[in-house]
Design a protein around this ligand. Sequence first.
Ligand code: PEP
Length: 250
Amino acid sequence: MSGAERRCLVAGNWKMNGLLEDAMAYVAELGENPAPEHVEVAIMPPFTLLHPMSGPLSEKGVRLGAQSVYFEQKGAFTGSISPLMLRDAGCHYVILGHSERRDIIHEDNALIRKKMLAAWQAGLEPILCIGEHLEEREAGKTNDVLREQLAILEGVAENKPLTVAYEPVWAIGTGRTATPEQVVETHAFVHEELARLGCDCRVLYGGSVKPDNAEALLACPGVEGALVGGASLQADSFMRIIEAAARAAG
Ligand code: PEP
């Protein structure tokens, strides 16, 4: 599918937030039909909420995703969740390579690659997060970092379900966003690199996307949706971002 035909995706990453009662109230607040015609909507709650949210979200046309996964399908891996279990819970997506997992849990590109292969094996669509730290951008190394993070797709990603999210690490949870110029330039590089690797996939922007900056960011050429952290935790602000995406797409 080419960029012109694809629906943009607005995905909410709840991180380590959400208890059952609040999650059910959130789903009710989304209303009957939260996903407009040109926008796909997904929510990635913590593991404990996947099963209970699966049915109610699917009734509203909202896809479900997980925030991480292990690279084996079953076995003696205490505390881990497998791709098959995520499929069983109704997930379509799984986020891989989020900077919080790279930086805090020390997940490296080799491990992320194994998870990606296992996710595909179980029929999940990975949302592969890539992004540079502030020092790397300031040292002019952004493209080198992104190239290295994308290199895990070499030889394995052609015709596979995949979404990439460009998330400058310095913009995640900081309230600081990349400028539209930085977004356009970096997304162009990511698309170019993906084409070189044989992947024609959607590229999202992530990093302090809020209702008041979403439309400008989503209207940037090469941006086909948003991965939203903090602003997805309230149904009202998440819905305003979805509306902004619909305006940008239309
Ligand atoms: C994220 O968690 O991927 C993210 C972009 O967070 P925030 O929107 O809070 O910056």
